[in-house]
Write a protein of this length. Sequence first.
Length: 228
Amino acid sequence: MFRRRTVLSVSAAAVLATAPLLTACGSGAHPGAAAVVGGERITVSQLQARVNDIRAAQSASPQAAELVRNTGRLNLATLNSMIFERVLERGAKDAGVKVTRRDVQQWRAAAEERAGGPERLKAMWLQQAIAPDEIDGVVRNQLLMDGLARRVGADRTQPDGQRRLAESLARTSRSMGIDVNPRYGTWDDRQVILGEHQDRWLMNAAPPQGPGMGQEAGQPGGEADGTG
């Protein structure tokens, strides 16, 4: 199974109280659903479409065999990301965090320059199962995470800050009543993760290799501080 670089430690979230298990979906109540998040369905067809998009991009790469080999259980990894995106979106919205298209474009332009060009950046992210047409969404999620961290007073470079942000997202997760089709596992509200899946939290929006690694989103691009 592949692993993405993380921006939060799951061990920090492990101190949170265990949430009760939810009724499994995919039954008569939610036919055709991979998961239900906040009352909205993530359908099996939506999940498969994203997986197919990633596989198509990987297949077009000169490193196709290696990319596919390193991204086993892609269905689980992708569903994990799709659920987490919705939790993050809700948490950021509740905190008054906004990210504009200009914020995303500025950060992405800076990342492309650090990586050595747009194609190099796409190739780097594809190593982590990010299809080219998903890049803007990943950057937006990273900026939402940055903005939410500031809103809750969490310094993500410190263990206490990681814990504070994890607690905020876990509260949001519990409030959304996340219900996963049992064929994919069980959603863990404590860690905001799908079962024992190893793709933990949101990847750092910096390229996985090359210049600019470790630089926080919003530097030098736009910042999501709730001012819109």
